[in-house]
Design a protein around this ligand. Sequence first.
Ligand code: FAD
Length: 457
Amino acid sequence: TDGHDPTVRREHAVIIGAGLAGSLAALFLARRGYAVDVYERRADPRTAPAGLNGRSINLGLSARGMRSLAEAGLLADVLKRSVPMRGRVVHSPDGTVAFQPYGVREHEILHSVLRDELIALVVDAAEAEPAVRFHFDMRLLRLDRDRATVEVAPTDGGEPVTVTGDLVVGADGVFSTVRQQMQYGLRADYAQEFLEWGYKELTIPVGDDGEPRVRLEALHVWPGDDALMVAHPNLDGSLTCSLFMAHEGPVSFAALDTPEAVRTFFDRHFPDAAALMPDRVEEVLGHPTGQLVTVRTAPWRHADRVVLIGDAAHAVYPFYGQGMNSAFEDCLVLDHCLGAHPGSRAAALAAYEAARRPHTDVLADLSTQNFQDLRARVHRVGYTAHAAADRLLARLLPERWMPLYTMVSHTTMPYADALARARRQDRLLRTAAASTALAALAATAATVGAWRRNRGR
Ligand code: FAD
């Protein structure tokens, strides 16, 4: 038995989506005493042939995700399957390469992990809980939000099944069906924004000598106004790249329609990357282009019956590397809220939304801003000088000064609090710079005055 009194009816949670958020939520809910059924339209990631599920991307795991995985008891296993990234290697268009450490302290590193492998690990752990069952190749068709009832159907066209729970968790990603049907006809806010840029997954394979072609323990970034590329390292010494650029226009995925166009594009924009990517032509022409979407919405819940987590509640552009991390953080906060309100799930769900939504809205803004930074600023003098000043102050005043990137990636400080603190620090930096400039001006004026007086003597 799983330690629960069999005469007491467990509450029943039905989770839609066994992505990152849904799988971890299954584990937490089971440990909170729920019987859990998870319905996922894709194949089981543990047995599906590689690539069947589409996105074989790797992701940067940072403090928030790590904290949630640690509370679930999974962090050590995940870290064994990830590559530490101690900073960014920025490849400038002129061919120069610069290493920028992520943080000022030893532990301030990110970890690159394959999405499908991570999901498989979390699904395994959740399934080890006796009260959890996963149902793959099953798609949600309909939700009855007042009765916590779903209609799900096998993706091979089999007969739909109706399942009634006590709580339905919408973990079905950015185009969530749970969200649409939960909010349908009610007073709800919904804003969806598509970036004019999309992305393609490409690879830097290991070299012919079996060695990595570039420094492995780092995120590699090729900034650019018209196109940018980032590459995460894999355990086998290869790197997975995401190439970002406009869908349409003179420099765009649409324009890369012949092998010649692809070769010319790389030679012009990322000359040093071209040499590292022998398969770039086939990959650019053959791989699908992904969409980048921001979603802000409210409410995230319906009475004590339905709740949204992860991208279903708040999708952000990937430029801060926080989508998965914040999705994992949702799971933890939801679990804590259920623990804090044992007598009322409605109160727990309300507390969860109040604790998360203001912060994930800020994350959406930060992620959009980081798009601008990654495109252009990381290799410009002003940006690197500001980042260097930020890092220097953090080193000199470790208790009092923390760069925004550090707060977002290496702490679990709520996003809006991190932004407010960064703004205070920026004001101080500007005031200090202004007073240094004033002091320099005053000193110059005094010197000139003294010189004139001396000359007049
Ligand atoms: P998803 O992972 O999308 O999972 C939703 C699941 O629901 C899917 O498995 C889907 O098949 C299933 N589903 C959907 N509809 C139905 C239905 N009707 N019935 C049944 N099942 C359904 N985040 C980071 O933290 N760090 C990074 O470095 C990072 N890099 C990224 C790079 C790129 C290019 C992109 C696009 C995203 C990146 N992210 C990153 C974001 C991260 O991938 C997402 O935030 C994260 O996957 C969200 O998890 P989720 O479980 O909420 O949604």
